[in-house]
Design a protein. Structure first.
Length: 89
C-alpha cells in the first residue's frame, strides 16, 4: 500500500504545480551555491528547507530530465557520509 500512497501523493503534487516549484527551488539552490559546485541531497534539504524525501524525488526527476548530473562521490558536509552529490548542467 505505501507504493500506491506515494504514487497518489506524487500525482497530486505534480497536478498542483508544487513539484515544479520544488524543482525550481532545488535547481536554483544547486546552480547558485556559493560554497561548492555540487551538493548532496542533505545539503540541498538543509538550504532549501524541503524535506529530504521531497528533495530525493525532485532530484531524481531532474536527473532524468538532464538538468542535474551526478558528480564524483565525496563526504557530505551535513552527515559526513560518503555519497554522490549532484550539479546543475
Amino acid at each position: 500500500m505505501p507504493r500506491a500512497t506515494s504514487t497518489v501523493a506524487y500525482h497530486s503534487l505534480r497536478d498542483s504545480g508544487a513539484a515544479m516549484k520544488q524543482e525550481d527551488k532545488i535547481l536554483q539552490c544547486v546552480s547558485k551555491s556559493a560554497f561548492t559546485d555540487d551538493m548532496t541531497l542533505k545539503e540541498i534539504s538543509r538550504l532549501t528547507g524541503l524535506e529530504i524525501n521531497a528533495v530525493s524525488g525532485r532530484v531524481n526527476g531532474l536527473k532524468k530530465s538532464g538538468k542535474l548530473k551526478e558528480a564524483q562521490k565525496r563526504r557530505c558536509r551535513v552527515t559526513g557520509r560518503f555519497v554522490t552529490p549532484v550539479y546543475a548542467v
